[in-house]
Design a protein around this ligand. Structure first.
Ligand code: BG6
Length: 291
């Protein structure tokens, strides 16, 4: 197993000098940082870079860099009550530690509650993110309630995919699935729910009760990305379009045209309830092929 294309994870630093790991397997090379257990890059042997990272991404010590696969936990979006709490939870700005490393291209990173996390969210937990590179890229987020009272949480693997040209990208598999649109300037006429999702305006939709297979097609790149999930009942489809992109941090000029986020999640009415001692797992497997 230990040839040059399949090896134990190696230590790296990211563009900001922050510690991380590189995993090489038959499905390519994955780079991630320990801050937020953030997968920043996946270079597929035939298709090249699969994940979008902004050229303007910040790699400051505690920055959630825009792009890759940020980890959203334990709340999605803005905190329900606290304006000072970070958007999409605190996990993406917390340093994870290495919990386990295999002989092959697989690693588990872990985060548990600290004084800082309890000040924002008063619960005892263990969050473990396992990343494995085989022919596919597989990511599992397992959350355990290590305290003595039940809690609810939200979670998402907030994947930013390179699509070349968002106008030529479509999402398949969510036809007929109920959704809520929260874009401030969505497309004027509501989309036909029986059609695959296309992009012609700001799109920020939460789909609930989703199937375990969704596909993103990027015609500009002659690429399909299959998202297979287990334990994910929500999906978010997001592109900020022109006006929102212009007002956002860590996004350059026309970069909004280059990506689509398809997020695998459990949020809002599908948030997870965990009893003391219980563990919930959400798995995402990504496969890339030609159209
Ligand atoms: C998406 C949300 O998940 O993340 C959007 O649905 C949000 O509303 C986007 O704008 C980016 O969030 P952030 O905090 O990374 O800028």
């Amino acid at each position: 197993m230990n040839d040059s294309s399949t090896a134990r994870p190696t230590a790296i630093t990211d563009a900001g000098g922050r510690p991380g790991l590189e995993l090489r397997g038959p499905g390519g090379c994955v780079r991630m940082t320990l801050l937020g257990a953030h997968v920043q890059s996946w270079i597929h042997p035939e298709h090249g870079e699969v994940l979008f990272m902004s050229a303007d991404a910040s790699y400051a010590e505690r920055a959630a860099s825009r792009g890759g696969i940020p980890l959203v936990f334990p709340w999605f979006g803005a905190h329900a009550e606290r304006k000072d709490a970070p958007a999409h939870g605190f996990a993406r700005i917390q340093p994870f530690e290495v919990a386990a490393q295999g002989d092959g291209p697989s690693v588990t990173l872990r985060l548990s509650d600290t004084e800082d996390t309890r000040a924002l969210w008063p619960h005892a937990f263990l969050a473990e993110l396992t990343v494995s590179v085989a022919e596919t890229l597989a990511i599992t987020l397992a959350v355990t309630n290590t305290g003595d009272a039940a809690f609810d949480f939200e979670e998402a693997l907030h994947s930013y995919f390179v699509v070349g040209d968002v106008h030529r990208a479509t999402v398949h598999g969510l036809e007929g699935v109920p959704h809520v649109e929260s874009a401030s300037a969505p497309q004027e006429s509501p989309p036909d729910p029986s059609e695959p999702i296309g992009f012609c305006a700001e799109t920020d939709r939460i789909y609930q009760g989703v199937p375990d297979r969704i596909e993103l097609r990027a015609r500009e790149l002659d690429r399909r990305i299959e998202l297979g999930t287990r334990g994910a009942r929500s999906a978010i489809v997001w592109n900020p379009w022109i006006a929102k992109a212009a007002a956002m941090s860590q996004l350059q000029g026309d970069e909004w045209q280059q990506f689509v986020c398809v997020e695998s999640a459990n949020c809002r009415e599908n948030r997870v309830s965990l009893e003391p001692g219980a563990t919930h797992s959400m798995e995402l497997t990504l496969r890339v092929s030609s159209q």
